[in-house]
Design a binder for this molecule. Structure first.
Ligand SMILES: Nc1ncnc2c1ncn2[C@@H]1O[C@H](COP(=O)(O)OP(=O)(O)OP(=O)(O)O)[C@@H](O)[C@H]1O
Ligand SMILES: CCCC(=O)O
Length: 356
């Protein structure tokens, strides 16, 4: 069965073609920043990115009818259970017109649905807003604000299954702490197959290459009312221009480690320190019963960083490194499980919207 996978990022769209579980080809379609700047809103990029995907499919000698399914990165839907969902008009309408968080992933299902024109099924798997948090984890400390589960769920769930199989167990039999270290950072606690707590990777937890993570709230209030920044400028400062970008001027950890000064590398150490602290917290969430701590994402490609994190947390559980991300594979497998009848695709129904 041929499956087309679509995974849009802020400046590129990753696409791949799978024959069952075998990846035939993967391409990163890079979009010129000047070209993207012409669009006021991410959704306005639909036709532009769709054309790039169609050109890719044609260049590989396929047409849409050749595929058994299109597997898309899930966008920021209201909180929902892990799994594979059918993309329908209802979901597309939500992503186009109602979602409150602008994220390139919102485009995937919209484009997939349009490409299919009802000819083949379209699915999403484990979107950013997968929510399996326990109730205690939802309490922020102020009734007006509820803590949200926003994480790199797609890669994290795939990596969880991979490490479980390395341990000869099922994901549902283990307790794990999994940290995805990319442009954003998600540190997550998994109890017997459910992701029961997570730092909202947009707003909380460690600072990351381009996000501030958690900040001292009193000082944030001062910044908000300083008159120096508009609301949008502040949002960009916290997500996009924060973290290492704010201190060192780049989100490229590899470059900082290879070419940076001692002072610049210190900020990577500070990020490692915050990551370790968050991992420790998630071990406490699991009451210390942790079968594995797993480090994944692009930054895990650096063994020295993994070793540094390990030096803080090795007493809590064995530490595994799964460098990179496996989002395209996870999307294809999510669709394949449904096509093979191993799993039933869920139908999404809009629930109370909690994301703002
Ligand atoms: N060998 C390496 N050593 C250190 N850092 C690395 C290495 N390879 C990649 N990185 C860093 O990983 C980061 C990018 O990670 P990744 O590719 O997971 O991010 P992304 O896909 O852009 O964002 P996200 O994972 O948040 O969706 C960059 O800071 C990059 O410099
Ligand atoms: C919000 C967490 C997921 C992402 O950054 O893509």
């Amino acid at each position: 069965m041929l499956i087309l996978t679509i995974n849009p990022g802020s400046t590129s769209t990753k696409v791949a073609i799978f024959a069952d579980n075998k990846k035939l080809v993967q391409r990163t379609l890079r979009h010129d920043v000047d070209e993207l700047e012409k669009f006021n809103d991410i959704m306005e990029q639909e036709e532009f990115r769709k054309k790039a995907i169609l050109d890719f499919i044609e260049s590989e000698g396929y047409k849409i009818e050749d595929f058994s399914a299109i597997a898309c990165r899930g966008g920021i839907l209201p909180p929902l259970e892990s799994g594979t969902y059918v993309v329908d008009e209802n979901m597309v309408d939500y992503l186009k017109n109602k979602t409150k968080v602008k994220h390139a992933s919102n485009l995937a299902a919209v484009i997939g649905f349009s490409l299919s024109s009802g000819r083949i099924p379209v699915y999403i798997t484990d979107p950013v807003s997968v929510d399996e948090m326990i109730d205690e984890a939802r309490i922020s400390g102020i009734p007006e604000i509820e803590r949200l589960s926003l994480a790199h769920a797609l890669n994290i769930k795939a990596v969880a299954r991979e490490v479980a199989s390395q341990l000869g167990k099922k994901y549902e039999e283990l307790n794990m702490v999994i940290a995805h270290l990319g442009g954003g950072i998600s540190v997550t606690a998994h109890e017997k197959g459910r992701m029961i707590d997570v730092n909202n990777a947009n707003d909380e937890g460690p600072f990351s290459p381009e996000r501030t993570g958690e900040l001292p709230v009193g000082d944030v209030v001062k910044l908000c009312f300083s008159g120096k920044y508009s609301k949008n400028e502040l949002k960009k400062l916290f997500v996009g221009k924060g973290g290492l970008v704010a201190y060192v001027g780049t989100n490229d950890v590899k470059k900082i480690l290879e070419e940076g000064s001692d002072e610049e590398r210190f900020f990577v150490d500070a990020m490692v320190y915050q990551i370790a602290k968050e991992i420790g917290g998630m071990c406490a969430v699991l009451k210390g019963k942790v079968d594995a701590i797993v480090i994944t994402g692009g930054i895990a490609n650096n063994p020295k960083i993994v070793e540094k994190i390990k030096s803080y947390v090795f007493k809590f559980a064995p530490v595994f490194s799964v460098p990179g991300e496996f989002e395209m594979e996870a999307l294809a497998m999510g669709a394949l499980r449904v096509l093979r009848g191993e799993e039933k695709a869920k139908t999404w129904g809009e629930k109370d919207e909690k994301i703002s």
